[in-house]
Design a protein around this ligand. Structure first.
Ligand SMILES: C[S@@+](CC[C@H](N)C(=O)[O-])C[C@H]1O[C@@H](n2cnc3c(N)ncnc32)[C@H](O)[C@@H]1O
Length: 251
């Protein structure tokens, strides 16, 4: 079973979010377990204070090493060692490739959520294996980033989604953006679903979708497009068609 422990100051909120919907059902089926741990439960002071002033001065507070360490020790003593990740805007940027790596290399993750100005560096040195950022911006706490990482990894655990195709065909799994999606009704506000999607011809639908993915990736994410291997005969054919059909397309 894949296990994710989240060390947080908001265990109830995180626990509730992670127990909803698809991930909740996967946990009921014992495919995975995501558990949130309240760092304050591991303080030795009455006020359950987990932060103090930063050495060197300056504004704000820093989360102290010991409550984090005691919480982390409790998790590793109870559930065994886990690959420990501190969510931090100073970490390596999290991507679908990173999610695949975490899924394939580990079966137990411990995610540490910071707050205030961050956490005491000595805890990082002693217990953290890597730092991950969810993007070049700063949030008030590590809970949203931890849930982002947990969700992205957990939905790829075998059995969580009905079929691996569910995530393999999505944006970023193969370095491309997904094609446009449509549902009923056939016509809405005068806009009609592309006829090929109603043809029932699976091969033609797959071809149309790949072409749309190529076009969308070229238009929206040239950085991803330029890394694609489009040397196959079939892709070369699709590119020729796109050049004829889309006047702006130069991929
Ligand atoms: C206000 S931030 C601290 C920012 C820190 N002083 C800095 O400048 O790098 C508080 C906590 O939110 C989390 N956090 C904020 N932005 C994040 C991001 N982009 N990715 C991952 N975690 C983030 C981290 O756990 C961080 O310790």
């Amino acid at each position: 079973m894949y296990r994710i422990d989240i060390m947080t100051l908001f265990d109830e909120t995180v626990g509730d979010m992670m127990n909803e919907s698809i991930l909740g059902r996967a946990q009921e089926r014992d495919l995975l377990r995501i558990e949130a741990h309240q760092i304050r439960d591991y303080t030795l002071n009455k006020q359950k204070q987990v932060d103090d002033y930063p050495y060197g001065g300056g504004r704000g507070a820093v989360m102290q090493a010991d409550p984090l360490y005691q919480c982390w020790r409790h998790i590793t003593d109870t559930f065994g060692p886990g690959h420990t990740i501190f969510l931090s805007p100073a970490g390596k940027t999290f991507t679908q490739e990173e999610a695949k790596r975490l899924l394939n290399h580990y079966d137990h993750l411990i995610l540490v959520c910071g707050h205030y100005e961050g956490i005491d560096e000595r805890f990082i040195e002693e217990c953290v294996d890597e730092e991950l950022s969810i993007g070049d911006f700063v949030l008030t706490g590590g809970e949203l980033p931890a849930m982002v990482v947990a969700d992205a990894v957990a939905r790829m655990v075998p059995g969580v989604l009905p079929d691996p195709e569910c995530f393999q065909e999505e944006s970023h799994y193969n370095g491309m953006l997904e094609y446009p999606q449509y549902s009923r009704p056939e016509t809405w506000h005068g806009r009609t679903v592309p006829p090929i999607l109603r043809s029932g011809n699976h091969a033609l639908v797959a071809r149309w979708r790949r072409k749309q993915s190529l076009l969308r990736t070229w238009r929206r994410r040239p950085d991803l497009y330029e890394k694609l291997d489009l040397t196959s005969k079939e892709d070369q054919k699709l590119l020729t068609e796109l050049r004829e059909e889309e006047p702006d397309f130069q991929g």
